[in-house]
Write a protein that binds this ligand. Structure first.
Ligand code: ZN
Ligand code: ZN
Length: 418
């Protein structure tokens, strides 16, 4: 039955979806400001007989495709862009700009592939709407804004998503990744890392560059802190566990002959378990405070949490069911277990709030021939642009076809009447 449902994914629909993808790609919007994208999604859903609600949790869009008795299955796609200046050279490359939270005008790009997620979900809904005899139940399509700031999923939950539109049996979704297009990767258990971002301000005492005896130098304090932070993962976390501590920003001073009064670090932490997360956070705080003390600082450092994503845990039984559906249509070789990835995703907030299993998988977006060449040269990490790169450019097919197929077939594994 699933195969017949997929008959709707014909050349006409593929061409329409490719056009939609190029349109979305050329017009990305920053997290929380996705008004044009939301309007476009709503217009597409209305064409296929979805009940559409806009403005859920900010710019979120919910589509309900009802088809008689049966389970409710949630399919999720996120739709925000990133402050990145696109350098792909594609004919449909973005030249869009937006205003970031600091009020600065920035270039905007769909550098994480959320435009592909939207296109695939619109495609899957179109296929399912056109083959109602092949399934029964309700598809709850959730188009989520502001994924990159880890706020959109929770905002939709807090706006009464499940009270207003019903509680699903399972939350399903997918992310395009730098794997060969046509492939799908799904991992049971902790699949995406928890993230904690911190802003750390260290206080010294400013003075003339010629008079170190009058200063408490925050540049040296911060530099020592950056080096010592490298020991959190290497010396405090077991070799069998995984964590990342990255100091992505270090700012201090204005001029060579002025010792500044303070320094600011921005730290990004990835972890998979609450125990490791707690240990890393405690280690970072201990080192920051101790380095300030070692420099003779008279004021305690300030540590401010910025973004926070919980770990995304895929339900093993849901993964088994999804994997069987994917293997049946794509073949054993196209479905792999990528292991846990260190990226983060706020999709887990939906399943956690609804108290239902989540299954979130990756699908490849790289030209398979290009990937094979890079792999043969041992240069995948160097040569294949990954998400958030200004060169990230999924090939439209077979990426799009695989993404639509995966959403439809995994949804059908839950929807009744097959
Ligand atoms: Zn991203
Ligand atoms: Zn993303």
């Amino acid at each position: 039955m699933g195969d017949r449902v997929l008959d709707g994914l014909d050349d006409t629909l593929r061409a329409e979806l490719a056009a939609l993808y190029r349109e979305l790609h050329a017009a990305p919007e920053l997290s929380g400001a996705e008004h044009g994208t939301a309007a476009e999604i709503a217009a597409r859903l209305r064409r296929i007989d979805c009940e559409v609600t806009t403005g859920v949790g900010g710019t979120g869009v919910v589509g309900l495709l009802r088809n008689g008795d049966g389970p409710t299955v949630m399919l999720r796609a996120d739709f925000d862009g990133l402050p990145v200046r696109e350098q792909t050279g594609l004919p449909y490359a973005s030249t869009a700009t937006g205003v970031d939270p600091d009020g600065k005008e920035v270039s905007v790009m769909h550098a994480c592939g959320h435009d592909m997620h939207v296109t695939c979900l619109v495609g899957a809904l179109t296929v399912l709407a056109g083959a109602r005899e092949g399934w029964s139940g309700t598809v709850l399509a959730v188009f989520q804004p502001a994924e990159e700031t880890a706020t959109g999923a929770q905002a939709m939950v807090d706006d009464g998503l499940f009270e207003r539109f019903g509680r699903p049996e399972v939350v399903l979704g997918q992310h395009v990744a730098p794997y060969p297009a046509g492939m799908v990767g799904v991992h049971a258990g902790p699949a995406f890392a928890a993230t904690d971002s911190l802003r750390i301000t260290m206080f010294g005492r400013g003075a003339h560059g010629s008079r170190p005896e009058a200063a408490i130098d925050p540049v040296v304090m911060a530099a020592a802190t950056v080096l010592r932070l490298q020991t959190v993962v290497s010396r405090e976390i077991a070799a069998t566990e995984t964590a990342v501590v990255t100091v992505g920003s270090l700012q201090a001073g204005t001029k060579d002959n002025i010792i500044p009064a303070e320094a600011e670090l921005k730290v990004n932490i990835r972890s998979y378990t609450p125990e490791v997360r707690a240990a890393v956070l405690a280690g970072v705080e201990r080192i920051v405070r101790a380095e300030a003390a070692a420099s003779g600082a008279t004021r305690e450092p300030e540590i401010t949490p910025l973004d926070r994503f919980p770990a995304l845990v895929n339900d093993p039984a849901a993964v088994d069911r999804a994997r069987a559906a994917l293997v049946a249509v794509l073949g054993e070789r196209a479905v792999v277990d990528p292991g846990p990835v260190t990226g983060s995703e706020d999709v887990g907030a939906f399943g956690a709030a609804a108290g239902v299993p989540t299954c979130y998988w990756l699908f490849g977006g790289t030209d398979p021939a290009e990937y094979a060449r890079a792999e043969a040269a041992g240069r995948v990490a160097q040569d294949i642009p990954s998400n958030h790169s200004p060169h990230f450019a999924p090939v439209i097919e077979p990426t799009l076809g695989t993404g639509v197929t995966a959403l439809v077939m995994v949804a059908l594994a839950w929807l009744g009447g097959q």
